[in-house]
Design a protein around this ligand. Sequence first.
Ligand code: BG6
Length: 464
Amino acid sequence: MTLQYQFPEGFWWGSATSATQIEGAAHEDGKGLNIWDYWFEQEPNRFFDGIGPENTSDFYHRYQEDIRLMKETGHNTFRLSISWSRLIPGGIENINEKAVDFYNRVIDELIKNDIEPFVNLFHFDMPFELQQIGGWENRKVIDAYAHYARICFELFGDRVKKWFTFNEPIVPVEGGYLYDFHYPNIIDFRKAIQVAYHTIVAHAKAVQVFKQASIQNGKIGIILNLTPSYPRSQHPADLKAANICDLLFNRSFLDPAVKGEYPAELIELLKEYSYLPVIENSDATLIKNNTIDILGVNYYQPRRVKAKAHLPNPYAPFMPENLFDNYEMPGRKMNRHRGWEIYEKGIYDIAMNLKENYGNVECFISENGIGVEGEETFRNADGMIEDDYRITFIQEHLKWLYKAIQEGANMKGYHMWTFMDNWSWSNAYKNRYGFISIDLHHHCERSIKKSGYWFKQVAENNGF
Ligand code: BG6
C-alpha cells in the first residue's frame, strides 16, 4: 500500500498521561498528599463540578485492562509519570514499597505488550510536605528532587530507557506564581522567576544523577510546552514584543535544557527590570554540563503578541504582560470548549526552529490533542463515540509534522494527549481528551472511541 504520509521506520506512536490525572487511589496504599490532594481538601469549589484528584480514572486498579486497550489502539510507546508522593510519601525519605510494586507491575506489563514506557518524574504534583517549606522556591527541594530521581533510576532504570525530568515546567510557574490556577496561588513575578530558575537547576541535577547512574541505552530529556510567539505585524515594536514573549515563555527553559545556557537577551531583559534570580556560583557549570539527549514537545496552541498599546498601571503588580499585549488574530480557528487556538502549522514551525537553532536535537511530539465537552452526544447506537473532530485534529497536525520530517527535522514520534479521558487540573472531567472514553457514572467503564480505532490503523501502517 502506498501512503501519502509515510512516517520513518520505528516512529513512536502512543499517548501521554500523568499520575495525578489517571491513577486515582490518592489515599490508598500509603500514598502521601501532594498539592492537588491538599488544595482540593481546602477548596473543593475551585474544581469543576467539585470533582477532585481522589478517584480520577482508576488506572491504579485497572492498569492491565488499560494496557490491553493501548495494544488495541496500536500504541508502541506510552508516557506515564511517577507520583513522587506515592513513591516517597513525605517527599524526602522512606520509600513506599507498595508504590514500587505498583510501578514495577505497570512497567513490566507495558514491556510484555511491546509498549515502550516513557517515564516522567514531575508532572505538576509537588509533595505537600515539600510545598510547606516553599516548594521550588526553596533550594532544599532541589536536593530532595535529585534524590527522588536517583531512586527512580535505580528502581526502574533496568527496564525504562526514556526518562524525562519535568513536564511543562513553566506551567507551575504560571499557575502557581502568576495567574492563580495552581497551588500555592501566589501572584509575584519575582518569585515566579526564582521558581523557574530553581526548576532548571533541579532539572540539570537530575540529568547529572542520570549520567552517573549509567543506564544502558538510556536517554534523558525534558518535556516543554512550546508556544511559537507570532507578532501581529512586522512592525519593529510588534517584533520586539513577540521576542520578549518568546524569551520568557519558551527560551527560558529551552535554551538552558538544550544548549546549557540562558539567552543573553533574557538576562539583559531581567537585569533591565532588576528581576534577576538569586543564583549559586556552581549553577552555570551544572547547567552547561547537563544538557538533554531528547526533547519532548507539547504543542496545543501558539501565542500571538503585539506591542503594548497603553502604559501598564504603575500600582498593579509587575507581570509579563507589562512587556507585551496578547493579540487575538481575527478569523483564527478556535477550540471553543477550551478557548485555545488551533493552528496546525505551529508544529512545523517548532520543528524547523529546533532543526535550525537547536542543533536538530532529537525530539518528538509528546502531547497534542483536543479537549471537547459533551462527547456523550456523539455516542452512536453501538455505543462508540464518533469523535471525527479529533481524527481531523490529529491528522492535520500530523501532515505538518510529516512535512517537517521531510525537510530534515529530527522528530521521532507522536504522542496524543491523552490515552483515556482523565481528570484535568481545573476542569476535572469537563473536556474529554482521550482515545478511550470513561463512564464516570458506571464504575469508570472504558470504551474505545472512533479515534482510537483510527489511530491503530495509522500506527500499524506507520502513516496514512
Ligand atoms: C498539558 C498538560 O498542558 O495540557 C496536561 O501536560 C493537561 O496535564 C493538558 O491536562 C490539557 O490541558 P487541560 O487544562 O485542558 O487539562
